[in-house]
Design a protein around this ligand. Structure first.
Ligand SMILES: NC(=O)C1=CN([C@@H]2O[C@H](COP(=O)(O)OP(=O)(O)OC[C@H]3O[C@@H](n4cnc5c(N)ncnc54)[C@H](OP(=O)(O)O)[C@@H]3O)[C@@H](O)[C@H]2O)C=CC1
Ligand SMILES: N[C@@H](CCC(=O)N[C@@H](CSC=O)C(=O)NCC(=O)O)C(=O)O
Ligand SMILES: [Zn+2]
Ligand SMILES: [Zn+2]
Length: 381
């Protein structure tokens, strides 16, 4: 039996959709069997946190503790936990890896099913929460991580222990944005030397796709973004071209026509990193006839649907999706951490803002300004 006691700490609670988070004291219960309590040191804010807080996530539930791009140190473990121990440095995984379910053993996907159903309901695998506020009200978990709390409890399958030399204030970004985009390029799409690529949306996810395409030696890497402020970053991460569809198109020209003109008929691979369903259609239709593949990464609001003429698929274009870049967190995260430590994977470059955790609502504001890729929050402040 674990001898851990409840911990009182500071968390940012999402009480209501569309409202700022409330930074307050909460109680975090000890981890149960196959659970781990983690002291979160650093977390970043991902666009998906803002999406859920806005109220358009079909799985969004309140009150809850959001956050899923975090790193910290294991404080205590529940019974039957064997993959991590107190003191380990860890990254939280919103895509778990149990290594036993039919998804994990298939080698076809990273979408582990072990805890996904309860995770989507905001509870631990036993159906209960480990978080309460000072009034004794239950607070829900989020994406199996809830990193907007100084202490969180996660399933053991939702954690990976990492090299303790890796700085937690930067590798927290491997918990989502960087891994998602980079993995979508090198794993889901498996882009190759000489391929042509277009990336729609130059946030952390899109620029990480660019980084993957550059590492693989793609011949053309076109970034499409409506914000000119993203142009310098696009080139810094490896883009060969930047197109702003709100000002770089000829009269009457569509972005699909512009991209076809730039690539002799269309791209080998396109990636949606915006979550906009109209952009998803453009990304598919900008693919080359016969073989072009479009990868959807962006998360769209409840009720939104994608459409295109079936002829686009009949004539050989392929629509795919990618979650967490297709990366199996427990098996593959340490490869990314090593690449980062060896200077082969850019991570620090995405950190445009740093703030105290108590300033978390300002970090959500940062997301709406063109000068922000990621804000990293220090949970000790
Ligand atoms: N599938 C997965 O596993 C994951 C999915 N996501 C999703 O990926 C998406 C990107 O995340 P993130 O990089 O953090 O988000 P950001 O908001 O930082 O990046 C999105 C970028 O797209 C730009 N953009 C918006 N509309 C258009 C448009 N019509 N055409 C071209 N560019 C446009 C935005 O510009 P501006 O800033 O001016 O609006 C911004 O630069 C989100 O939908 C997020 O929820 C995130 C992580 C994991
Ligand atoms: N809750 C949403 C779906 C949200 C979604 O698609 N999430 C991505 C990760 S976004 C990270 O920033 C994902 O990995 N999806 C796969 C999964 O199993 O959730 C909804 O219900 O539409
Ligand atoms: Zn995310
Ligand atoms: Zn599994």
């Amino acid at each position: 039996m674990s001898s851990a006691k409840p911990i009182t700490c500071i968390a940012a609670v999402a009480y209501e959709a569309g409202k700022p988070l409330t930074v307050e004291e909460i109680v975090v219960d000890p981890p149960k069997e196959h659970e781990v309590r983690v002291k979160i040191e650093y977390t970043a804010v991902c666009h998906t946190d803002a999406y859920t807080l806005s109220g358009v996530d079909p799985e969004g539930a309140f009150p809850s503790i959001l956050g899923h791009e975090g790193a910290g140190v294991v404080e205590s473990v529940g019974d039957k936990v064997t993959n991590v121990k107190a003191g380990d440095h860890v990254i939280a995984l919103y895509t778990a890896e149990c290594k036993e379910c039919k998804f994990c053993t298939s080698n076809k996907t990273n979408l582990c099913s072990s805890v996904r159903a309860t995770q989507g309901k905001g509870v631990m695998p036993d159906g209960t929460s480990r978080f309460h506020n000072q009034k004794g009200e239950e607070l829900l978990h989020f994406m199996g991580c809830s990193t907007f709390s100084q202490y969180t409890v996660v399933a053991d399958v939702s954690l990976v222990a990492i090299d303790p030399h890796a700085p937690l204030d930067t590798v927290c970004l491997l918990g989502c944005g960087v891994t998602t985009g980079y993995g979508a390029a090198i794993k889901t799409a498996n882009v190759q030397k000489g391929d042509t690529v277009a990336v729609f949306g130059a946030g952390t996810v899109g620029l990480s796709v660019v980084q993957g395409a550059k590492v693989r030696g793609c011949s053309k890497i076109i970034v499409v973004d409506t914000n000119d402020q993203k142009k310098d970053w696009a080139h810094e991460f490896g883009a060969t071209d930047f197109v702003n569809p709100s000002k770089d198109l000829k009269n009457g020209q569509s972005i699909v026509e512009k991209l076809a003109e730039m690539t002799d008929g269309g791209l080998d691979f396109t990636f949606d990193c915006t979550g906009n369903t109209d952009v998803m259609r453009d990304a598919l239709e900008a693919c080359h006839k016969g073989w072009g593949q479009s990868i959807i990464i962006g998360v769209a609001a409840a009720g939104k649907e994608i459409s295109t003429r079936p002829f686009q698929l009949v004539t050989g274009r392929v629509w795919k999706g990618s979650a967490f870049g297709g990366i199996k967190g427990r098996s593959e995260m340490n490869g990314l951490v090593s690449d980062y430590l060896d200077g082969k994977l850019k991570v620090d470059e995405f950190i445009t803002h740093k703030r105290a955790f108590s300033d978390i609502n300002a970090a959500f504001e940062d997301l709406h300004h063109g000068d922000c890729l990621r804000t990293v929050l220090d949970l000790s402040k």
